[in-house]
Design a protein around this ligand. Sequence first.
Ligand code: ZN
Length: 149
Amino acid sequence: MSELDELYQEIVMDHNRKPRNFRRLDGANHMADGFNPFCGDEVKLFLIIENETVKDVSFQGSGCAISRASVSMMTDVIKGKTVEETEHLFDLFQGLLTSAEEETIDTSSLGDLEVLAGVSEFPTRVKCATLSWHTLRGAIRGEERISTE
Ligand code: ZN
């Protein structure tokens, strides 16, 4: 097992054991339910968006280790960001998971999410990793139910 694999395992497991922002959010003004029927992942996202900025975010739901770690990491990363910045981060993250290996992507703004780059080797798991982001975009746009299908 390479060092990156070990780091990946450690960080993913840490987010599963202690998910960040795992709760209901009182006063949320944006909410959405995301489903990934390919794996059975479910995520409910709560957001408080004021002045085009994510003031607070939380989630509930159940799913595989990758989907849970991804949404936990995402809530950490997007808090305090503008809506426009979250769109940019989504693009970056999606690029990281679907790009060819030789492509270089500046991942410094992605925080722990960077370790999920390894998921790109497993195309069926990419939906697990991006479910949280699709749900976020849906919540921002006022869609209540999002499916990766
Ligand atoms: Zn999954």
